[in-house]
Design a protein around this ligand. Sequence first.
Ligand code: GLN
Ligand code: ZN
Length: 759
Amino acid sequence: MTKTSVVGFPRIGAQRELKFWTESYFKGRIGAEELLENAKSLRKDQWLLQKKSGLDFIPSNDFSFYDGVLDTAALVGAVPAEYRALGLSALDTYFAMARGYQGENGDVKALSMKKWFNTNYHYIVPVLEDDAEIKISGGKPFELFAEALELGIKTKPIIVGPFTFLKLAVYRGAKTKEDFAQEFIAAYSDILAKLGEMGAEWVQLDEPYLVTDLDKADIEFFTGLYKKLLAKKDGVKILLQTYFGDVRDIYSELAALDFDGIGLDFTEGKKSLEFLRANGLPGEKLLFAGVLNGKNIWRNDYSKTLALLDEIKKYVPEENIVISSSCSLLHVPYSLDSETKLDEKYKRHFAFAREKLGELEDLKKLFESGVRSEEKKLRDNINLLDAKKQFADREISGKIAALTEKDFIRLPAFAEREKIQKEALALPPLPTTTIGSFPQTGEVQTLRTKLRKKEITPEEYKNGVKAKIAEWIEIQENLGIDVLVHGEFERNDMVEYFGENFSGCLFTQKAWVQSYGTRCVKPPIIWGDIRRERPITVEYGAYAQSLTDRPVKGMLTGPVTILNWSFPREDVSSKEMAFQIALAIRDEVLDLEANGIRVIQIDEAALKEKLPIRRADWHSEYLDWAIPAFRLAHSGVGPRTQIHTHMCYSEFAEIVKDIDAMDADVISFEASRSNLEIVDVLRREGFRTEVGPGIYDIHSPRIPSEGEFEGAIRRILEKLSADKVWINPDCGLKTRAVAEVLESLKNMVAAAKAVRKTL
Ligand code: GLN
Ligand code: ZN
């Protein structure tokens, strides 16, 4: 009997319940007890749902109040001193690491947050200090296992593995990951033993780091860790789970170790099959075959998947194959059940987490079936995939085919433009600006809700938004900010807002996916060819500009980000999709320019997100079309128009040249959580684009003082010349409270002015 498994299930709740409860807790509206009780009921529903679907390996401990890596840090006691010193409860210490803390017990920043491999999910970067005492320090995996057992469900607990954890951690003192190895082996072996005693049969250790480029030292470190850990294993079976790619650098070592199961990704893992073919899978291991795409929302192509499983069967005995998702279903929305407005002609093409459980069940039956061709489920699936082909916009694909080299080049060259713009804009040195959005207060959200419920007319809505714009233009002028923004009050989401004005994009009501902590995003679905249907931002942008003499930035989302934050098609290339979107954004850029907007920001918040995990693929599979797509979007403007871009992270050290080649005039990025390390690289590489390293961490409710800002600016100026530097927050301010924003920006502007005087 073939079995089925998932690498993990979404945890935020079909209606984002967990988000709302947690945020209520943050605001003091509910207590810890209520939060914990609510979370428990959510888990119960999900386990029962998975059980009902027939899933054989039901995960536990995939639940988290913020992030699974942070959970693991708490589990093994990797809690830096400053958080312990706060003297808070375990739960609040955990939240302090996630979001920072400012209150009676002290003032500490949050730990840094990074993108989880090639996804839009963010993990909290663990910190190991020399005096960290690594041992079981939390109870979550045990409690959750017991909780499910009480419901009669023996789950497969999931824990981030020690290798991935130690590779992702930062080390504050003199100790290295090698120095921590013994302690981690001991802690993990205690965890496994404890789960075994409680009755766990399988434990899944997630080691996604194995799909990255590994060197000899990594391989030795991994095998060293696991040889010792596996030697101590007693009773409980270990599934070593990988995802987001293949394990080409370590396949034979992995296969030779005494794991009871190995999880391989056959969706993104280009070489998984090749390795299986060449090496087989020694021992009596189960192969958790990740054949069901855990990242995309299209119906699985059953014929293709069955062919793949048949091929796998040649190298692994059928009874040892477990049909699984390629990665955690955390990266897809809950269920199509909530989509009451999506036309059935589209809907039938999709499978969210819940529907994927059904697909696993189908695949299991079909895989075992003697005469597959007689199975209705298979025939229906073939017909469904066929039906998609009738949707195509020939004119758009024709336009893409006709593009030439010069469509991607902006003239005049950078240096000349820079001079022209400095004169035309006449800004002071170290110009201050913000990244785009201002707080989306209840008032703003109510406005949108009312429009949706038709309680106000579109005209009234528009006037409401304009009133907010006017309010914030005045606020910004009073604060003394140099380049203003209109505030993005009209957008719920920086991708959805554009997608709604594109043909070829589909929208959902509840298809939320966790991005970090309590923040979720609702990616559009790229269904067909993209075309801009109408001007999108021009009216509000021009209105904002009409209220002030200072330049107001037009605010757009870039083609690569729109693509990366959408669920992409599977029937055309990423390049084709990116160029189509770039042409749509290009129309918008030119319209803004024609309407008096002098500075246009094209956010590429997600550019790095889909950078292939393996270096060898960076250019050929990604940058070679992603960077040109951005250039295609802005290359049509005149020299006086200043093009900004923004990225939500600073780890682009390794692609600095490519970022410069985007040929924007100014770039802002996250830097405050990562200690401005990038600035050294920019200097070393002779980065040409002007830069605004974010000095206000907008993911935290903390308010930096004027002195703190001034210190950050001075540190930047030690490395970069003042005529290249902009002063701004890390990212948009939409999730922050108004009072925090006003106070922080006041301090930021004051600091910029103070430093300016000393130039
Ligand atoms: N302009 C956007 C904002 O300010 C940028 C958001 C982002 O980078 N994620 O909200
Ligand atoms: Zn950002």
